[in-house]
Design a protein around this ligand. Structure first.
Ligand SMILES: NC(N)=O
Length: 684
């Protein structure tokens, strides 16, 4: 390493690294076995194929929000956001957070449409197939799988780079070992159980961000207050002013490169939300009226995670690095956050970072596994290989898909590492590769006129245009195509913009040329659930008792449901338009346009808002789900107590008319015998 470049020795031992990767992985697998057993015993939740992929379509908004937050919190959310803070200053965290929140808010609208138009679907791709048939289905399978591959590759490249830098575990070993625990616990738990472990992962991530923020802004010996951090940033800008930033300052939203990153970020994340089956899975798993609030709460809560994390860690790295700057390779690999953590908190910072990144990687990875396995199961196996397959066979296929996908991705991420491609590069690239399918995909649910040829041809044509725009810009700007030149902001900007916008031209042209479809959405409504009788029989449980497997709502209940969904659709559109305007225009544009450089007071206020917002996140995705699920929690605990006392409670499914929620599926209530009631009262 040349002089002036910061390096840091791995502060933790390899043993610690392997302990976290394998030990925690297995611990979660054991926990999952217990949760799955408890859900089956006390909630009748047998792991049918419907339960594995849809959680019985009964999850409430708090848990949906927590799951959205945890699966949208990638390694990049913590690492890449800190990298852009390090590169562009205070604007980077905002551009990262806002550029990836609006898609979740907008997705709430898509979630409502999906629930309204295809209430029995398992995947978004099933919906595509129902509307357009095989050709478009195959095109979208390819784009959706490319999305999962890119996201998983970012998780593994980012996660393994951090493990190597902090513990010395070889990167290739980390790529292969990180998936083991998560595959195990996803296999045991399916989507419902991963909702529960995701929740725990989110708690750990939030606690660690608070730890970092309080250290940097309150307790650290060198920093310890927003004022001192501010002074350090002013000094850093004097030593190395930021090209393209107002006054070269790190303390301004007027950042040319930050702005370019914002657009790239926005476009890429449209792809990774709208084409990641995982987000449709969560909408499908939500009870119908909970899908919308779940996504809105999830999106708003998520915003604070990259915003405060990067406003703390990217900024602390700048404030604490002294004259030794980080190499651009290390920044792209995602090492700004671990670097700052070690400078801020030494050994404990390294431990906290290792834990946090492990949690972020595994919870997002499990969502990717469920997404890919449901595509393989329902869109490939059941659609084209064995349409008559029943539940047991489909569960087996789901499990195999998880295992095979994890092995392939471990190999792929290792290959990327040896090719010198890090998480930061993939993050900028993702939109170039996938975003041409966003517009035709969304129009499938939103526009009845879209012609099937437009839906089939626009994504590959858009991909061709985006690849050309990306590579030609790199060649023109730098004269050569290398990882460094193709990974720069301008080529990535050209490729991303071409990917998202070219289909906006192709789709209307093809639809005009080949004729408008005037689709009536009936084939989407006709999608049916899987026959899980064999799995329920093997578990000796009446299929009707398994959540999501009943005969469905009565006509009156359906009408009530539709009325609620229509009302939710209205609120969803109004709120998402307002929040999108706020995050995209009202807040950032005046600050960008005025070239304002933060005063010390303003910076302090900015940090305080970040901390308060993270407290709101804590409330929204940690306390609210507990409050919402209190009846089930109390019931399960009571039933466990009965079990421990040797009195087995009988369980029955509450009928909706019993006063349970009119929408979605009510949680089962237990029927306690008089004798058991007495025992309970006695023990109370
Ligand atoms: N999920 C993201 N884009 O951090």
């Amino acid at each position: 390493m040349s002089e002036g470049v910061a390096t840091f020795e791995a502060p933790l031992t390899q043993g610690f690294g392997y302990g976290i990767i394998l030990g925690l992985g297995f611990a979660f697998a054991l926990l999952m076995i217990f949760i799955t057993w408890a859900l089956k015993r006390y909630q009748n939740e047998v792991q049918t194929s419907e339960m594995f992929s849809t959680a019985g379509r009964s999850v409430k908004s708090g848990l949906v929000a927590a799951a959205v937050v945890s699966s949208w919190t990638w390694a990049a959310t913590l690492l890449q956001s800190s990298a852009v803070a390090y590169n562009y200053g205070i604007s980077g965290p905002f551009y990262y957070a806002s550029g990836a929140t609006v898609q979740i808010l907008l997705f709430a609208t898509i979630a409502i449409e999906l629930k309204r138009r295809a209430p029995n679907a398992h995947t978004f791709l099933e919906v595509i197939r129902a509307r357009y048939g095989t050709t478009v289905h195959v095109v979208f399978i390819v784009f959706c799988l490319m999305t999962n591959v890119l996201v998983t590759a970012m998780l593994l490249t980012g996660g393994s780079a951090v493990m190597t830098s902090l513990t010395g575990v070889p990167t290739a070993a980390a790529c292969f070992l990180l998936p083991i625990g998560v595959v195990l616990y996803t296999l045991f738990g399916g989507i419902k159980a991963t909702f529960i472990t995701d929740y725990m992962h989110t708690v750990v991530i939030l606690v660690v961000i608070f730890l970092f923020a309080f250290s940097a802004y309150a307790t650290n010996a060198e920093l310890g207050s927003p004022g001192k951090v501010y002074d350090a940033l002013v000094a850093a800008a004097k030593a190395h002013p930021v090209e393209g930033n107002a006054e070269g300052s790190y303390l301004t939203m007027r950042s040319k490169e930050g702005g370019i990153f914002w657009i790239i970020n926005l476009i890429g994340n449209f792809g990774t939300v709208f084409l990641d089956n995982g987000y449709y899975n969560k909408a499908i798993a939500a009870s119908p009226v909970h899908a919308f609030p779940g996504y809105v709460i999830g999106g708003l809560c998520w915003f604070a995670i990259p915003w405060l994390c990067a406003t703390t860690m990217g900024i602390s790295a700048l404030a604490l690095e002294g004259s030794q700057r980080m190499s651009s390779g290390d920044v792209t690999a995602g090492l700004v956050l671990p670097f700052a953590a070690v400078r801020l908190l030494g050994y404990s910072g390294a431990v906290a970072t290792t834990l946090m990144i492990f949690m972020a990687v595994t919870s997002a990875f499990s969502a990717q596994l469920i997404a890919v396995s449901s595509i393989v199961t329902y869109d490939i196996y059941q659609a084209y290989i064995d349409p008559a397959a029943k539940g047991k066979r489909l569960v087996w296929v789901s499990h195999m898909a998880c295992i095979v996908y994890a092995i392939i991705m471990a190999g792929f991420a290792t290959g990327l590492y040896y090719a010198g491609i890090g998480m930061g590069y993939l993050y900028l690239l993702m939109g170039v590769i996938i975003s041409s399918a966003v517009f035709p995909g969304a129009m499938t649910l939103l526009w009845k006129g879209q012609n099937w040829i437009a839906a089939a041809a626009s994504p590959p044509l858009g991909l061709a245009v985006s690849l050309i725009a990306w590579l030609v810009t790199a060649k023109k700007e730098y004269g050569t195509l290398t990882v460094e030149t193709t990974g720069s902001n301008y080529p990535m900007l050209a490729g991303n913009v071409a990917a998202l916008l070219s289909p906006v031209i192709f789709v209307p042209i093809f639809t005009f040329v080949f004729g408008s479809q005037n689709y009536d959405y009936e084939s989407m409504r006709a999608i049916r659930k899987v026959d899980d009788t064999d799995v329920a029989a093997a578990a000796h449980i009446d299929l009707e008792l398994v959540p999501g497997e009943g005969t469905g709502p009565s006509a009156t209940e359906s009408e009530e449901e539709t009325r609620k969904l229509n009302r939710a659709a209205f609120y969803s559109r109004s709120l998402t338009i307002f929040m999108t305007l706020a995050l995209m225009i009202l807040w950032p544009i005046p600050m960008y346009g005025s070239s304002y450089v933060f005063s010390k007071k303003f910076f302090t206020g900015w940090v305080v808002v970040g901390i308060i917002w993270l407290f709101c996140t804590l409330f929204g995705v940690v306390l609210f789900p507990l409050y919402e699920g209190r009846a089930s929690i109390v019931r399960v605990v009571r039933m466990m107590s009965l079990d421990l006392m040797g009195r087995k409670p009988t369980v029955y499914r509450a009928h909706k008319a019993d006063g349970a929620q009119a929408s979605g599926i009510a949680t089962p209530a237990e029927k306690i015998g008089e004798e058991d009631k007495g025992a309970l009262e006695a023990s109370a």
